[in-house]
Design a protein around this ligand. Structure first.
Ligand code: ADP
Ligand code: ZN
Ligand code: MG
Length: 480
């Protein structure tokens, strides 16, 4: 019998750096301006000008390299990657080829089989190209050079990713790290983080690599998984039916959910790389690298470990809370105010996240501040309101940012725990529903829910469910 086939995946990711100005000139990097308003002789490649490296971009990429456990080259340089395309006015892209700034790192992901390290081959600096526009009923296409020269880091992984799920996990972790460092905003849909996936298949357990296809145009996390999934299946079907994978570049089509052949893959020599004579080599002093290392904040992996041990969060909860730096800071602020970590976590990953997603609001921009949630949880603990009412109150806090206590007073939402009041209510429910009472007594225990429901309905959810349960239990068994 033929051996089963397994997939091998390596990713090449372009991350737009969050600098104010371009990589080799002072033009703004702001997104969404009128076409060609953010250009100059340097980024449009006019003769007689010289590029100068943006110090911030260099610092950003070194930060990213250190965070991904890379070796930082003390001596690196730029190269010209030559090709013709209308969005590339110089006829070459300034990139790095030999001697990239960062090499030999890794990123840890939590795979199904536990922690797994994905090797980072290299991270290098390069400039972005412009944008060709083929919109509208024009006779011509247009070129917008605002993006030309925006600093990018290209992150290349080793071919060590085994499934589409691992690839998506890797992308999520990478995005999280870049956002913690504040060097890239990580927006796949807007293209500030772009992922090309290299996929091949081979007999299970083989140590040789198969021929790969490179898939481009993957612009969401969902598509990372789908595109790779599709491509693996395409290659396995092809090989199993006696065909062979050819080396090529394929495009993900998110309408048909397939990958389509775009062009046969170019080789490095097609680009005629050579060192760029306009730029001096980049020499890094040890002290400078050390200074940048000191500026790196606590990263998601460390924070996750700390949250699990310090706050006894489960791994899943910790993952959700630390994925975004701001969420983790919000959480710790609430803990400092006396919130119970596990309960806070439930609210943050449940109600709060749901509302934030519904309204597409960042946690920092939300009207709900840590003290709001802590106060609300105290009111539940004291029995002033039920959890159910608390959810309504929380929605109100979310909308208008008022204190829970004021909302509760204004809307008369205080929980009814007075047993006499509840007893009277339940007597009434019992007398109105003789059928249900008889069935309950005949052993239909699930009718308990019916009685509790009636009590909650009559009080608009304000009756204390614990007291209600006790009293119903007492009444119905005493009648038996
Ligand atoms: P190329 O010269 O075609 O650009 P590289 O060796 O530079 O190829 O690798 C580019 C990316 O493709 C890297 O992420 C690498 O891990 C991945 N890769 C290389 N070979 C394979 C393969 N056979 N299968 C899957 N991924 C691969
Ligand atoms: Zn410019
Ligand atoms: Mg390559």
């Amino acid at each position: 019998m033929k051996r089963k086939l397994e997939a091998v995946i390596g990713l090449e990711i372009h991350a737009q750096m969050k600098t104010d100005t371009k990589i080799f000139c002072g033009c703004s990097t702001e997104f969404g301006s009128k076409p060609n308003t953010q250009t100059c002789p340097v980024c449009t490649g006019l003769p007689g000008v010289l590029p100068v490296l943006n110090k911030k971009a260099l610092e950003f990429i070194i930060k990213a390299g250190l965070a991904m456990n890379c070796n930082i080259a003390r001596n690196s340089r730029f190269a010209r990657k030559n090709y013709f395309y209308p969005d590339l006015p110089k006829g070459y892209q300034i990139s790095q080829y030999e001697l990239p700034i960062c090499e030999y790192g890794y990123v840890t992901i939590e795979s199904e089989t536990g922690e797994k390290r994905i090797g980072i081959t290299r991270i290098h600096m390069e400039e972005d190209a412009g944008k060709n526009i083929h919109e509208g009923a024009h006779e011509y296409s247009f070129v917008d050079l605002n993006r030309t020269g925006v600093p990018l880091m290209e992150i290349v992984t080793e071919p060590e990713i085994a499934t589409s799920g691992e690839a998506a996990d890797f992308m999520r972790k990478l995005r999280s790290i870049l956002r913690y460092l504040d060097v890239c905003d990580g927006n796949l849909e807007q293209g500030s983080l772009r992922c090309d996936a290299n996929v091949s298949v081979r007999p299970e357990g083989s140590n040789q690599l198969g021929v790969k296809a490179e898939i481009k145009n993957i612009n969401s996390f969902r598509f990372v998984e789908r595109a790779i999934e599709y491509e693996i299946k395409r290659q396995i079907d092809l090989v199993e039916s006696g065909g062979a994978v050819i080396q090529e570049t394929r495009l993900w089509n998110s309408v048909t959910n397939t990958t389509e052949s775009m062009r046969s893959k170019e080789e490095a020599h097609d680009y005629r790389y050579f060192p760029d004579p306009d730029l001096v080599p980049v020499m890094m002093a040890d002290e400078e690298v050390e200074r940048i290392r000191q500026s790196i904040p606590e990263l998601p992996d460390e924070k996750r470990t700390r949250f699990i041990s310090e706050y006894a969060l489960s791994e899943q909860d910790a993952d959700m809370i630390v994925a975004e730096k701001r969420t983790s800071q919000w959480f710790e602020e609430a803990v400092k105010l006396g919130g119970k970590p596990k309960v806070l976590c439930n609210w943050m990953t449940g109600e709060f996240t749901r509302l934030l997603n519904d309204k597409s609001i960042d946690i920092d921009d939300s009207k709900v501040k840590p003290h709001h949630l802590c106060d609300l949880l105290t009111l539940i603990d004291k029995g002033t309101i039920s959890v159910k009412i608390a959810k309504t109150v929380f929605e109100e806090i979310f909308e208008i940012g008022r204190m829970a206590e004021e909302i509760i007073k204004d809307k008369g939402l205080i929980q009814i725990s007075d047993s006499e009041e509840i007893e009277a209510l339940i007597d009434e429910i019992i007398s109105k529903n003789p059928d249900e009472v008889n069935r309950f007594k005949a052993g239909e225990n699930k009718l308990m829910g019916f009685f509790v429901g009636q009590a909650m309905k009559a009080t608009k959810g304000k009756a204390n469910p614990k007291v209600v349960n006790e009293i119903i239990g007492k009444k119905l068994s005493s009648q038996a």
